[in-house]
Design a binder for this molecule. Structure first.
Ligand SMILES: [Mg+2]
Length: 361
């Protein structure tokens, strides 16, 4: 059996709340118990931020345009998101993590990596810590969390999905290699649908298939990512759990199944990306000055254009007119395969900024 070098073995937990926003709404409103529910969007427009398990049975997913969600599940109830509430609960959950370790890296309001190799409780079993954390989350917030436990972030993330909802899964060091070998390629975190399709065309269906490819060939096919795939399938990932990660930009982008042609196809797709992007901005309570549009055409040429506002903003109207302005200025009718929007140049607290400006006058 292959041995993974000691330097690559840490005790990492990935905690992921189950259907977070939807579960919070069900917790706080008994009328919603057991009902198919979408947080965000409406029958006509917008995008689903989170779906309850009852709605997922109908194929409703987060980031799905809500009109499609409604078509799939006509009984679905749309609930307006309350991000201030979700942020407060997220903070409450983070405080529970800090009882065990300060090495906490949040991925979003409802997910985080924890490095418990050394921990404040002096517990040697990471699985036991995960069980305790989930029990504390449950008793203090009445919400369910799932967890994955393994030697690195990649494996912990993949593991947290296995016994979801309200479960946990540990992949022990000696189980890592066999686990990765049988893992279907589309379950590899970081391998998107497009890449998974490409791998399948190349005959790569599982970790075992991926491992047969040497580094040079992987780099040839997948560029820089080739090195990453080569490493993770061997259980080699050294990326540390980084607390206090400060964001430099926040974006949303999509690669399309087929190239989009003409404004008639481009605009609805653009609106959908805008909705997802604006939702993320609202979740994170960020305000930024620079809006960037990225488009890739069928020849893989990338166009990137930015515009900078006078003041940082998170206002839907401001961002929409800036983003749409970029699209109208840059789109020349070519076929588009990828489109993305991002916000940068952040000012943490726009209210303070406004106060300062007022004082100057
Ligand atoms: Mg979650």
């Amino acid at each position: 059996m292959e041995d993974i070098p000691k330097a690559y073995i840490k005790k990492i937990i990935h905690v992921d709340m189950d259907a977070f926003y939807a579960s919070v709404e069900q917790r706080d409103n008994p009328d919603l118990h057991g009902k198919p529910l979408a947080v965000g969007g409406s029958r006509e427009r917008g995008v689903v931020a989170a779906a309850s398990y009852e709605a997922r049975k109908f194929g409703v997913r987060s980031a799905m345009p809500s009109a499609i969600a409604y078509r799939r599940c006509p009984d679905i109830i749309f609930v307006k998101p309350d991000f201030a509430k979700y942020r407060a609960i997220s903070k409450q959950i983070r405080e529970i993590f800090f009882r065990y370790t300060d090495l906490v890296e949040p991925l979003s309001l409802d997910e985080a990596y924890l490095d418990v190799s050394e921990n404040k409780a002096g517990i040697s079993s990471a699985s036991k810590i995960a069980r305790q954390i989930r029990a504390e989350i449950k008793s203090e917030t009445q919400l369910n969390a799932s967890a994955g436990i393994s030697i690195n972030k990649f494996l912990a993330k993949v593991a947290s999905d296995i016994n979801k909802p309200n479960g946990q899964k540990t992949i022990m060091p000696e189980e890592v290699i066999p686990f990765l070998e049988q893992l279907p390629i589309n379950k590899f975190f970081g391998v998107g649908a497009k890449t998974a399709d490409k791998m399948k065309r190349l005959g790569i269906h599982t970790g075992r298939d991926l491992k047969e490819w040497d580094l040079m060939l992987l780099k040839q096919e997948f560029g820089k990512a080739g090195q990453h795939y080569y490493n993770i399938v061997r259980g080699l990932q050294q990326s540390a759990v980084k607390p206090f990660r400060e964001r430099k930009s926040l974006g949303a982008e999509r690669t399309f199944d087929h190239d989009l042609k003409g404004m008639k196809e481009v605009l609805p797709a653009f609106e959908n990306i805008f909705d997802i992007w604006h939702q993320r901005i609202t979740e994170q309570e960020l305000a930024g000055r620079t809006i960037s549009l990225k488009m890739k055409n069928q020849n893989f040429e990338t166009i990137s254009r930015s515009t900078t506002l006078l003041h940082p903003s998170k206002d839907r109207g401001d961002l929409w007119s800036a983003a749409k302005g970029l699209l109208l200025a840059e789109y020349q009718g070519q076929a588009i395969r990828l489109m993305g929007l991002s916000l940068s140049n952040f000012k943490k607290d726009p209210q303070n900024q406004a106060t300062q400006l007022t004082l100057k006058f």
